[in-house]
Design a protein around this ligand. Structure first.
Ligand code: ATP
Ligand code: MG
Length: 394
């Protein structure tokens, strides 16, 4: 019954003069998402809304799922499309629509009509009145309530066809990826950083990612797991360039030269420095991590301050005030949880001290980093030069 989808968007609607840029981007993201779905679609932008029309057979569930992954989409309305716009034909289809869309025909409703085809022989109020009349005549269990209806039945008469819809399937919200600049996500194999990437991308930010691995201390399988997580995120964000940095020498060197209770913090600082260098090279405007206050020793306020201190770029931490369970809930919803909990070591867990500092002092940390002075610059340079780059797609 549905051959079209009306896409409603929320926040884009409040943009001023630049609104068309956001709308065009959303239309392009929708096209991109539907490229992966079997069937041929026509995506058209109208004032205040976007229509998707199927031009061939298509898989309904797959189409909805794809649209539900496009940031900027607030709701998806499966729509009946009626090409013959004579009123009798529209009326017959409105009845057919309600018959099929509702198992129980016992509800209050309001007809909402819109006529962008100004040459149409009926006005919007007339279409509303007729729609109501036809439904009341056909379904005795229905009644009209214009103030607080249980269902709103929309009938729109546009240039090419008439459209009937009433159901709204929630989209992910947010803004179309690409309209808010670019950021470098520090992506580990854990639960948190994929969620952080999802949340920043949902604000319209293009994501690039970096993963630090430490072979042979971390396995090839751990790296594959991170690639898999990037693939899962790319279903929402589009292609992600993933930088894979070999961190082994740096980690061993820190282990050799610095107090062990500070290993994690110093290691995190070097991750940030390298991530920032990569970010600047590819035009990113910030870094993104999955940190949350107090979750582990390296995420106390003092530790975060010490980690932050080495970066000039802003560091975005979308999960900063989230409880673990909140994060897990999102990970499950977006489909990264199952992959994240696969038991492969990430490089942090191998070199952790029994009693890491929880209140590091930035000056002391910086002083101990002085122990690395002989070789660290060259090591960082080598790590950057040998970084492997993978283009990840869904
Ligand atoms: P996650 O679940 O994202 O792994 P976590 O709770 O394990 O987070 P940490 O291991 O302290 O926390 O890492 C904090 C943040 O640092 C991560 O969210 C991630 O952004 C970044 N990070 C940690 N390890 C790596 C790594 N090996 N490669 C890239 N980023 C990392
Ligand atoms: Mg981790």
């Amino acid at each position: 019954m549905y051959r079209a989808f009306l896409i409603k968007y929320a926040e884009i609607g409040i943009k001023g003069k630049n609104r068309f840029i956001f709308e065009n981007m959303l239309r392009d993201r929708i096209k991109g998402a539907l490229d992966g779905v079997e069937g041929e679609f026509y995506v058209v932008k109208e004032p205040g809304r976007i229509y998707v029309e199927a031009k061939s057979d298509f898989d309904y569930d797959e189409t909805i799922e794809a649209l539900q992954r496009v940031f900027g989409v607030w709701a998806i309305c499966p729509t009946m499309m009626i090409e013959d716009k004579s009123w009798d034909n529209i009326a017959a289809h409105v009845v057919q629509y309600v018959d099929q869309a509702y198992a129980e025909k016992h509800f209050t409703f309001k007809a909402e009509c819109k006529r962008s085809d100004k040459g149409y022989p009926m006005t919007s109020p007339e279409i509303c009145a007729e729609t109501g009349a036809v439904l009341l005549a056909r379904f005795p269990g229905l009644s009209v309530d214009v103030h607080d209806p249980q269902e709103r039945i929309y009938v729109e008469v546009r240039g090419n066809a008439a459209y009937v819809y009433s159901k709204m399937i929630p989209g992910p919200g947010g803004m179309p990826v690409g309209c808010s600049g670019k950021a470098m996500l520090l992506l580990s194999g854990g639960i948190d950083s994929p969620v952080a990437g999802y949340m920043i991308a949902r604000r319209g930010v293009t994501i690039e990612a970096v993963y630090f691995h430490a072979p042979p201390y971390t396995s090839e399988r751990a790296k594959q797991k991170v690639i898999e997580l990037a693939e899962l995120i790319s279903r929402y964000t589009g292609p992600i360039r993933l930088n894979i940095v070999n961190f082994t020498d740096i980690q061993l060197y820190i282990y050799d030269k610095c107090p062990h209770d500070e290993l994690t913090i110093i290691m995190r600082r070097y991750m940030m420095r390298i991530a920032e260098a990569l970010a600047e090279k590819s035009g990113c405007h910030g870094l993104v991590t999955g940190e949350s206050i107090g979750q582990v020793a390296s995420q106390t306020m003092q530790s975060l301050a010490a980690t932050n201190a080495v970066c000039e770029l802003p560091v975005y931490r979308p999960l900063i005030a989230f409880d673990k369970q909140d994060i897990v809930d999102i990970a499950e919803k977006i489909g990264t949880y199952e992959t994240s909990i696969q038991p492969f070591e990430d490089c942090c867990t191998i070199f952790v001290a029994k009693h890491p500092v929880t209140k590091p002092n930035g000056n002391i940390i910086a002083k101990h980093e002085g122990n690395l002075r002989e070789e660290i610059d060259q090591m960082v340079k080598t790590a950057l030069e040998t970084a492997e780059m993978v283009e990840v797609t869904p």
